[in-house]
Design a protein around this ligand. Structure first.
Ligand code: MV4
Length: 427
């Protein structure tokens, strides 16, 4: 037996998803919820639940108290919220509670985009030429991109097309970083205009084993909010896949990386450039689960309990193709969040169709949180079959009277660019 109880410090679809695996493993699942979520599915599905006061999902003290009161032996942070908060992870471990995630040290290093880059360079990961000295900007060339060390996910970035704009852009980027993250350190890279976003799923245990679980392509996004992700990337050849997968796992091994991680790259003209490393379970993990047949959360839980990984790299096989559509409760023209009561909820089914969602008929979607209400994931032999399956599943899916991005996905899946996989991060 590993541990017998797991507190999920999250809500919505990811809480439901983690609870599902906990149940399969015979682990008592504990949900924490604020009043707005008192009727939420994840609270109903958990074996136990405990109320937090408003803002509780972001309050380490409340979550650790809840864990102590329910005798939780482990905490899974999910994604977002406190999932990449090194201080919280440290506090959890100090209380003798198992943290289902990477070490606090690695979380804090990777949270600093400058330190992360320097560590990546040391681990022979290809990165873009960089400087943090404005007078060296010339060596980088234009257009260049200013990034905040404490930023990430697109926050605090500034494109500079000409030298005359550099000084002012650096000052405003520093101001924005100071205000946003209380840390005005910035660095400068060449701006890669047209590229794709490829990320490698990494898994490391506490016995020095590290594997990669292939790549995901996440280029179809809007304002840094991913919309559609797919695995494998239609842009990579088999040899490129092996090259970047092995490079990423070798780097993670060198960093003594433990638990789940994702190394993000820009892919331009057959070159990969490291941009960030995420130290959490990601929203889009189900497409990797589909093509590998692995339950990634189960692997995380086993690793966090000190178990060695049950497979070597050569045992990991990739079969078929998988695509995920993120369905948000937003108007699909204005993208304005549109919460409200779900009156009719019908899920698609059939071979290779998975929906991760926290919705049910009669559920009131609260306006306070991220607008993601469901993830529609399809798996199939080929990419073409996945697109057909997705279009059929979208037609079958009913979420009335909520306006959602279902219709947007329908339109994207009908475009020639999607059929030809002819897209990049600007698409
Ligand atoms: C870049 C870039 C172009 N050139 N870095 C966006 C957030 C973070 N993941 C890094 N990002 C980018 N870094 C250089 N030197 C373009 C982006 C970018 C992006 C990257 C991946 C996926 C979507 C994106 C959307 C806009 C910009």
């Amino acid at each position: 037996m590993i541990f017998n109880s797991l507190l999920i410090a999250n809500r919505g679809e990811i809480a439901c998803r983690i609870i599902k695996t906990a149940k399969e493993m015979g682990i008592r699942s504990i949900a924490v919820y604020v009043d707005a979520d008192k009727d939420a599915l994840f609270v109903k599905q958990a074996d136990e639940s405990i109320r937090l006061s408003d803002g509780g999902y972001l309050d380490p003290k409340q979550i650790i108290n809840a864990a102590k009161r329910t005798d939780a032996q482990a905490i899974h942070p999910g994604y977002g919220f406190l999932s990449e908060n090194a201080t919280f992870a440290r506090k959890v471990k100090k209380e003798g509670i198992i943290w289902v995630g990477p070490s606090p040290h690695v979380i804090s290093v990777m949270g600093d985009k400058l330190k992360a880059k320097i560590l990546a360079e040391k681990a022979n990961v290809p990165t873009l030429p960089m400087t943090s000295k404005p007078n060296e900007a010339k060596s980088i060339g234009y257009p260049l991109l200013i990034k905040a060390a404490a930023g990430g996910g697109g926050k605090g970035m500034r494109i500079v097309a000409k030298e005359k704009d550099l000084k002012e852009s650096i000052l405003s980027a520093q101001r924005e970083a100071k205000n946003g993250f209380n840390d005005d350190r910035i660095f400068i890279e060449r701006y890669v205009e047209k590229s794709r976003h490829i990320e490698i799923q990494i898994l490391g245990d506490s016995h020095g084993n590290v594997v990669h679980l292939g790549e995901r392509e996440c280029s179809i996004q809007r304002n840094h909010q991913k919309l559609i992700e797919e695995a494998p990337s239609p842009a990579l050849t088999k040899s490129e896949r092996e090259f970047i997968g092995n490079l990423a796992s070798a780097a993670a091994k060198k960093m003594k990386y433990e638990n789940l991680g994702t190394i993000e790259f820009l892919y331009e003209n057959k070159n990969f450039y490291f941009i960030e490393m995420n130290t959490r379970l990601q929203v889009e993990h189900p497409i990797t689960e589909a093509i590998t047949g692995l339950d990634i959360v189960r692997e995380q839980i086993m690793i966090s309990a000190g178990k060695p990984m049950s497979f070597k790299q050569n045992k990991i096989t990739f079969s078929g193709h998988a695509i995920e559509c993120r369905i948000n409760a937003e108007d699909s023209k204005t993208f304005i969040p549109s919460p409200g009561k779900v009156m009719q909820f019908h899920l698609p089914g059939g071979l290779g169709v998975r929906v991760d969602s926290g919705l049910y008929s009669g559920y009131e979607i609260p306006p306070y949180y991220d607008s993601l209400i469901a993830k529609l994931i399809v798996h199939g032999e080929t990419r073409e079959l996945c697109i057909l399956r997705l279009r059929q599943a979208i037609k079958e899916m009913v979420i009335e009277p909520i306006s959602s991005t279902l219709n947007l996905h329908k339109k994207i899946l009908e475009t020639k660019d999607m059929a030809d996989a002819n897209y990049d991060i600007k698409w």
